[in-house]
Design a protein around this ligand. Structure first.
Ligand SMILES: [Zn+2]
Length: 214
């Protein structure tokens, strides 16, 4: 099979203009028990939640966490419902490469920052290329482990697009490793999930990994 990478070239892969909802200025109220929990954590860390610089911190932290975990409020598969069947005979790999993302580890609630590459081999149907990134963010904005995040993104594309193959690789740094514990900044963790053609055919796997830069 002759694989080509298509990032932006094919019209059918382009998105309609962004339908992002504008960022709201409205600040949701933060229930007192949530703020108190954060004050408790500040005390536990050794500081005084009553000092001036920390007065508004509990509400800010609470709102930030709603945002970090915004993925709980969405089903990432909705981003894959709009599919294009007119692909002009395009039957090569579609790859979205080096998508930056942030998540949080479920063991320490520490940041996971990295980049993901998502590829699939279409079976007559494609989605707007940025939708792949939206699926990633939908799962990343939860408490995660990198292995599960990788698998969930791949499975979502597999189930909803029913492509011939899916390949997802994620390379990320874990705040719980770089900022605490063994304190090893610069160490990246790589995970991958291959499905269909990319799992069954070593040559296809090698090809897609090479396109991803591995
Ligand atoms: Zn951790």
């Amino acid at each position: 099979m002759n694989f080509l990478t298509s990032l932006h070239s094919c019209d059918a892969l382009l998105d309609e203009p962004h339908e992002d909802t504008p960022v709201s200025d409205a600040r949701p109220a933060v229930p007192e028990p949530v703020q108190e929990a954060i004050r408790t954590l500040i005390r536990w860390a050794g500081d005084d939640p009553a000092r001036e610089g920390l007065l508004d911190t509990p509400a800010r932290v609470a709102r930030a966490w709603r945002e970090y975990c915004g993925g709980y409020g969405e089903d990432p598969s909705v981003h894959l419902t709009r599919q294009f069947e007119e692909v002009g005979g395009y039957n090569e790999i579609v790859l979205l490469k080096d998508i930056p993302f942030q998540s949080h580890c479920e063991h320490h609630m520490a940041p996971i920052t990295g980049k993901a590459s998502i590829a699939y081999l279409p079976r007559n149907r494609v989605v707007g290329i940025s939708k792949l990134a939206r699926v990633l963010h939908g799962y990343a904005r939860r408490l995660q482990i990198q292995e599960r995040l990788t698998a969930q993104v791949a499975q979502c594309i597999w189930d909803n697009l029913q492509p011939l193959g899916v390949a997802v690789t994620i390379e990320a740094q874990h705040g719980c490793m770089t900022g605490r514990g063994v304190r090893t900044p610069g160490v990246g963790m790589v995970t991958s999930r291959m499905m269909g053609t990319f799992l069954d055919d070593p040559r296809s796997r090698k090809e897609v990994l090479a396109l991803m830069g591995y």
